[in-house]
Design a protein around this ligand. Structure first.
Ligand code: SAH
Ligand code: AVI
Length: 307
């Protein structure tokens, strides 16, 4: 966090990586977002997974499900249920940067799946994507919710490379990805009428205040959600309402914001089938199945290591 905050607040334009949204409050706020009428991705992906989970269980016969960015693991239960019904599942290994998300999800999973080994890891999936070495094969790596969209193309390539290096020939990768769609639908999903997404966005300032002794006044920043047509991605920014100086005590840093200056806090890339298939293929991952909802809002794909 220190490295990211020094680099991000010294850059032009200023940037903070989205991974720092997720303290206990940030994880709670994200769960509230998933319940909003405007935020379609969770609901749509859940409906797709409910439909295809038995097919995925049949195709993979997974003994382990390893899930970076697992959050509440709520949708993953559809896969755990299908694999349990098939009799192959032995281990679920969630990995998340948020200890509170893992504690809550883990406690509930242990209660609801008494025969399952639940092996949770607090880690940054951009730094360490190693499947626990004693997790039985075959392994299914799930990356749901379009969290892949929060990475830029270079970060995605690094992610796929790390993943590919750890995949055995019988393992598979299940990816949930949000698709390019009408701009207004997208903007509404990231700027909801109740202001939950605005609170989620500003939470990164609360986190930096607490962890690094900064004096951000979250009320002096406004939530901005915009569609970047060229990059085909949603972006969240915080706009400084007026000129101000923020101090970050633990970093001995003093940062000037101009009036109306934007600081980018998240990208959320939206995908097309061709582009996503090609970038996976470039990293040695062949897309075997591609499922969507009827309106083609969201896609779930199953990829395997190419020979
Ligand atoms: N997979 C869940 C949660 C998505 S929210 C779903 O589909 O609903 C994104 C999740 O990824 C959060 O739980 C967040 O804490 C986690 N996360 C974000 N960046 C991360 C990183 N760099 N390393 C590990 N976890 C990360
Ligand atoms: C976790 N991630 C995929 C979410 C997204 O849609 O990019 C985070 C989020 N940001 C604003 N609303 C939800």
């Amino acid at each position: 966090m220190r490295r990211d905050v020094v680099a991000g607040l010294s850059a032009t334009p200023k940037i903070l990586p989205p991974k720092w949204f997720y303290d206990a409050r940030g994880s709670d706020l994200f769960e509230q977002i998933t319940e909003l009428a405007e935020y379609y991705p969770t609901r749509v992906e859940e409906r797709i997974l409910a439909r295809i989970a038995p097919e995925i269980a049949g195709a993979t016969g997974a003994a382990t499900v390893f899930e970076p960015g697992s959050g509440s693991s709520r949708k993953t239960r559809l896969l755990l249920d299908a694999l349990t019904a098939r009799g192959t599942l032995r281990c679920y290994a969630p990995l998340d940067v948020s200890p509170s998300a893992l504690e809550q999800a883990g406690a509930a999973l242990i209660r609801d799946y008494p025969a399952l080994t639940v092996a949770a890891t607090v880690a940054d999936f951009e730094a360490d994507l190693t499947v626990p070495h004693d997790a039985p094969s075959p392994r299914l790596i799930t990356f749901l919710g379009s969290t892949i969209g929060n990475l830029d193309p270079t970060e995605r390539r690094e992610f796929y490379d790390m993943l590919r290096a750890d995949l055995g020939p019988a393992d598979a990768f299940l990816l949930g990805a949000d698709l390019v769609k009408d701009r207004d639908v997208l903007v509404r999903a990231y700027d909801d009428s109740q202001g939950v997404t605005a609170e989620f966005n500003k939470n990164v300032l609360h986190v930096i205040n607490r962890e690094l002794g900064a004096d951000f006044d979250p009320d002096s920043f406004a939530h901005v959600a915009l569609w970047n047509e060229e990059e085909e991605r949603m972006e969240m920014h915080l706009r400084s309402r007026y000129a101000q100086t923020v101090k970050v005590r633990a970093l001995d840093l003093s940062v000037d914001f101009a009036a109306d200056e934007l600081m980018r806090t998240e990208i959320s890339c939206k995908f097309r089938r061709d582009g996503l298939t090609a970038e996976l293929s470039d990293c040695g991952l062949d897309v075997r199945n591609w499922w969507t909802d009827e309106a083609e809002q969201f896609a779930v794909l199953l990829a395997v290591p190419s020979r």
